[in-house]
Design a protein around this ligand. Structure first.
Ligand SMILES: [Zn+2]
Ligand SMILES: [Zn+2]
Length: 357
């Protein structure tokens, strides 16, 4: 399988993207590089690789045809055989911890158009988690342990981002009713209005998660992302993080996205015709045109915790630090505090989950 590992141009160690510096920084010799310097270097590495390992290419070819089955690669740093999930595009070697990008999964229809690079680093993600747990009682003892904190993972998740042009043709009938009394009689005045909303509107950045392996509600809880900071996709940003490939294709997601657009359109129309006692829709047509369809990678920190057979997840938006999670409650600790057993129901309100743009 074709892979890319970004190396420190000075000392050759594996190099990571550091959100706090907005640069790539080598942990060993402390040299710093920007994305352009590393992108240039990448071509050199790939070429050397091609010349040195010609025998591997026949092997690679076979792997390409058979990609669903064989999900492993050889780490270029230590030579170990590393197994990955079939959707993983950026990971680390289990043995030497060098970051690795699985480049042949970032091609063709799987080449992302856009990316929002991480701005929140590992340290801030951990602080966010600890603040969130705060002084909450009844969480299991090891919930905030160092080994638990080490599990927090920076991951680029695949999203579809769609921009639409919509032709709107709305006609409605609005009524305002006024009732008053004078001289012992009741008067009613009804004014009738024709409401016309016609024209072209842009509905941009309609977002849907393109990945089945993580709970969508959880990610809605950390949305929205600020799309103005998205940049054209560039592979070096993946170095030092995990990344996943989409597993929900465009055809499959299109109805969900259009449903979002229709919901938003209804909301827009309702917002624009306030002030009547009642409104009757006479004509309500919307004609949608896709302006651009983007495969985007968005950054998130994810921490999972397994407790009493259930997995709890905590997530931090890798761009703005917004967080969301479920708290495991230790029954043992609750029982000892109250001397009785509770059944706890959590009602979670998702903010910003409906319209994410
Ligand atoms: Zn170095
Ligand atoms: Zn290795």
């Amino acid at each position: 399988m074709a892979t890319t590992s970004y190396k420190c141009p000075s000392c050759g160690a594996g190099i990571h993207y550091k959100p706090a510096y907005k640069k790539f920084k080598c942990d060993f010799c402390l040299s710093e590089y920007d994305e352009v310097e590393l992108s240039n270097q990448r071509e050199n590495i790939d070429e050397t690789h091609a010349h040195e390992h010609t025998h591997e290419h026949t092997h690679e070819h076979r792997v390409d045809e058979d990609m669903g089955v064989l999900n492993s690669y050889h780490c270029k740093s230590c030579g170990a055989e590393v197994v990955t999930d079939e959707t993983t595009t950026a990971t680390f070697c289990y043995y030497c911890h060098n970051p690795v990008i699985i480049s042949n999964r970032l091609k063709g229809e799987f080449l992302p158009n856009k990316i929002i690079p991480f701005k929140i680093d590992n340290k801030r993600a951990k602080e966010t988690f600890l603040n969130w747990v705060g002084r909450k009682k009844f969480v299991p003892d090891d919930f905030t342990s160092q080994s638990q904190l080490e599990k927090i993972t920076g991951i680029y998740l695949p999203y579809w981002w769609v921009d639409y042009k919509a032709d709107v043709d709305y006609v409605g009938e609005g009524r305002s009713i006024r009732v008053w009394r004078a001289g012992g009689r009741e008067y009613t005045e009804t004014k009738q209005y024709e409401i016309v909303r016609k024209g072209e509107i842009d509905i941009n950045n309609v977002t849907e998660l393109a990945f089945t392996k993580i709970n969508k509600d959880l990610l809605n809880g950390i949305g929205p992302y600020d799309e103005s900071e998205a940049i054209p996709f560039s592979k070096p940003y993946l170095s030092g993080f995990f990344a996943e490939q989409y597993d929900i294709g465009r055809e499959k997601i299109e109805p969900t996205i259009e449903e979002q657009v229709n919901r938003y359109y209804k909301y827009l129309i309702n917002e624009s015709i306030q002030g009547y006692n009642n409104v009757k829709n006479i004509r309500n047509l919307i004609d949608l045109d896709v302006k651009s369809w983007n495969y985007t990678l968005l950054p998130a920190w994810i921490l999972t915790y397994s407790y009493n057979g259930k997995t709890y997840v905590f997530a931090v938006n890798g761009q703005n630090g917004r967080s969301y999670g479920e708290l495991p409650l230790s029954r043992k600790r609750m029982t000892s505090a109250f001397g009785m057993i509770f059944s706890v129901v959590f009602i979670v309100l998702l903010l910003g989950g409906m319209f994410i743009w």
